[in-house]
Design a protein around this ligand. Structure first.
Ligand code: ZN
Length: 270
């Protein structure tokens, strides 16, 4: 067996796809040829690494299906009958590990992206919903019934806490919808107010004052003995305060002083 023939069969040997005769002559060649043995060892090690990595990484099923069913990546119709080795075999031996590594990256990178712990504080992540609502990307069920919004949101967290249920009619804002978002494993209740006063989101979730972004400006309100944290994201202003174990964030495009005054006037000392 020549080195070129051996290199062609190395992947198949690792995948245990060789017949007895081919296997014996390849193994004989490997025992005598340090170059091919090195190629074999490197490819075995790479496959082992891929197997280990793929055990730790679980791409979401919908993502896996999308990659596997994308004809640009896998043009063959009869995908399921083929194995990884079949895609690698026709390639020059040198390119095989590179392609395998590229495939690993293609699968692993989106998975890392999905499972990467958010480095952003929950208070800032939550504000994404405000932008998405204004651009119409956030489907909400609108209702005129403010009590129904409070009931629905309270039910969503099994009665553990409830949205603030502020009456903002003096600001020309009335509740129009409620929704629940899970951010960093925490349920966040969102009551949406709209009217001539613009749009205002009231977020509530279980947390502490540490959930305020580190660069937020802190204002101590002596009359209520409460801290208020002001911060912005994009064009959206936000004010965070704590009532017991519940964090409340008011978010709006209204000027920060107005929003801060509103939060101070509505907040209930715990
Ligand atoms: Zn050789």
């Amino acid at each position: 067996m020549t080195c070129a023939e051996a290199q062609e069969l190395i992947t198949a040997l690792i995948d245990q796809e060789l017949g007895q005769a081919e296997r014996s002559s390849l193994e004989e060649h490997l025992s005598e040829c340090p170059g091919c043995r090195l190629a074999f060892e490197e490819e075995s090690a790479l496959k082992q690494k891929i197997r280990e990595a793929s055990r730790r990484i679980n791409a979401p099923a919908h993502l896996r299906n999308r990659i596997l069913s994308d004809p640009r990546i896998f043009p063959e119709k009869n995908r399921s009958a083929r194995r990884w080795g079949d895609y690698l075999r026709p390639m020059p031996a040198l390119l095989r590990p590179i392609l395998a590594f590229a495939l690993l990256l293609a699968i692993a990178l989106p998975a890392f992206y999905f499972f990467k712990p958010r480095s952003e504080p929950i208070a800032l992540s939550a504000l994404e919903t405000y932008d998405r609502f204004l651009s119409g990307e956030l489907p909400v069920h609108r209702t005129e019934n403010a009590d129904e919004i409070v009931r629905q949101l309270t039910r969503a967290v099994g009665g553990h806490f409830h949205p603030m249920g502020y009456d903002l009619s003096a600001m020309n804002l009335r509740p129009v919808a409620g929704l629940v978002r899970e951010i960093d494993g925490r349920k966040v209740l969102i009551a949406i107010y709209q009217g001539q006063g613009g749009t205002l989101f009231c977020y509530t979730f279980i947390g502490s004052e540490k959930d305020a972004p580190p660069n937020a400006a802190r204002f101590f309100e002596a009359a209520k003995k409460m801290n208020f944290y002001a911060f912005s994201r994009g064009g959206v202003n936000a004010v965070l305060h704590r009532e017991g174990e519940v964090i409340c964030i008011l978010a709006s495009e209204m000027p920060m002083e107005e929003l801060l005054a509103l939060a101070k006037s509505k907040a209930r000392p715990s």
